[in-house]
Design a protein around this ligand. Structure first.
Ligand code: AMP
Length: 112
């Protein structure tokens, strides 16, 4: 499968890792849109939120538990934003489920 994030998981493309275990990987976004911009992904290939179901969604709870830990470790004590883009209207550019952690400054009030 020609998936950029699967290649990052496999170590075929380098990344700046922030956290890794047997189920998920967190790494710094290559084009940060905030002082802290981290992507958290499952190691299992899931195309996006629109491919989640009862069988594969347990990893999302694990991802969010680790997002809270990562945010604390990154010093995002004043808050942050978690975003997942889905499909064409959502401007998803990589079809592998991922959650952006954005923080380190006052973010804008608009979501779109
Ligand atoms: P999205 O547009 O929501 O699908 O997010 C994909 C994100 O992946 C973007 O923020 C890109 O900057 C980021 N990205 C693309 N290639 C890499 C890479 N090789 N390493 C880290 N982040 C990447």
């Amino acid at each position: 499968m020609d998936c950029l994030f699967c290649k990052i998981i496999a170590g075929e493309i380098p990344s700046t890792k922030v956290y890794e275990d047997d189920k998920i990987l967190a790494f710094r976004d290559i084009a940060p849109q905030a002082p802290t911009h981290i992507l958290v992904i499952p190691k299992e290939h899931i195309g996006g939120v629109d491919e989640l179901n009862a069988e594969n969604s347990a990893v999302v709870a694990h991802i969010f538990a680790k997002i809270a830990e990562i945010a604390k470790a990154e010093g995002l004590k004043d808050g942050y934003r978690v975003v997942s883009n889905i499909g064409e209207h959502g401007c998803q550019s990589v079809r592998h489920l991922h959650f952006h952690i954005l923080g380190g400054k006052q973010l804008g009030g608009e979501m779109v």
